[in-house]
Design a protein around this ligand. Structure first.
Ligand code: PGA
Length: 256
């Protein structure tokens, strides 16, 4: 199956959670649990925990990601962090265009595209989030919305760089709501994303891209979701804050 052509990755998105002592405790708990995972393991943590996470995960199979990055190299952008600032301390991944950033912080496809290009130029692996609102799904325009996001968010990104990019399909109505997309719905949209990438970059490139599902993935529903042919792991919010739950998801993706 084509799943061998790419890596399944379980990425935790801690969002605005965990003080430094709490982060240390969770990472120490996670290390032995993650050690046998055959899927990729990433934890995306708040800026204040990045250095701690990089230090504590040295020599392990856990990679560290940030939750956002600015597109300029430096300058008068109060409160922002550049890609070079992240790579300098050993960060390897970054979430871009999460629906919470689009919803609460004015993120647009244009800024998602700029951030993605800046991240790639600095050697970071972006996890680019796309997903439809409930209303858009009800109006039966999910595919239009996703195609538009993929085209705009990856505008001017080369085929080589797209292979380094992870796409996270996160239906907005499923994030933090306890409402998960069915395995069938997740597969349908992840396959559509791959087909869209194939049109833009060719099938070989599309087959090499990791496409995750995200939105209320938990120990109960993970196996079925990650077993889908076009679902390569997940982007995990709530369930990434408990080591045991995250461990179940790692097992599911390792066997998926
Ligand atoms: P959730 O969050 O797993 O808590 O729904 C997923 C995400 O926002 O990436």
């Amino acid at each position: 199956m084509n799943k061998e052509l790419r890596q399944a990755i379980i990425a935790g998105n801690w969002k605005m959670n965990k003080t430094r002592p709490e982060a240390k405790a969770l990472i120490e708990e996670l290390k032995p649990i993650a050690a046998n995972a055959s899927c990729g393991v990433v934890i995306c943590v708040p800026y204040t925990n990045l250095e701690t996470a990089v230090e504590l995960t040295k020599g392990t199979n856990i990679k560290v990601g940030a939750e956002n990055v600015h597109f300029e190299k430096s300058g008068a952008f109060t409160g922002e962090i550049s890609a070079d600032m992240l790579t300098e301390i050993g960060v390897e991944y970054v979430i871009i265009g999460h629906s919470e950033r689009r919803q609460y912080f004015g993120e647009t496809d244009e800024t998602v595209n700029k951030r993605t290009k800046a991240a790639l130029a600095a050697g970071l692996k972006p996890i680019v989030c796309v997903g439809e609102l409930l209303w858009e799904r009800e109006c039966d325009i999910t595919e239009e919305v996703i195609a538009r996001q993929i085209k705009l968010d990856l505008f001017d990104v080369s085929a080589e760089d797209v292979k380094k990019t992870v796409i996270a399909y996160e239906p907005v109505w499923a994030i933090g709501t306890g409402k998960t997309a069915t395995a069938e719905q997740a597969q349908e949209v992840c396959a559509f994303i791959r087909a869209t990438l194939a049109k833009l970059y060719g099938q070989d490139v599309a087959d090499a891209v990791t496409i995750q599902y995200g939105g209320s993935m938990n120990p109960k529903n993970a196996s079925e979701l990650v077993a889908q042919p076009d679902v390569d792991g997940g982007l995990i919010g709530g369930a990434s804050l408990k080591a045991a739950d995250f461990g179940v998801l790692l097992d599911a993706a390792s066997n998926g």
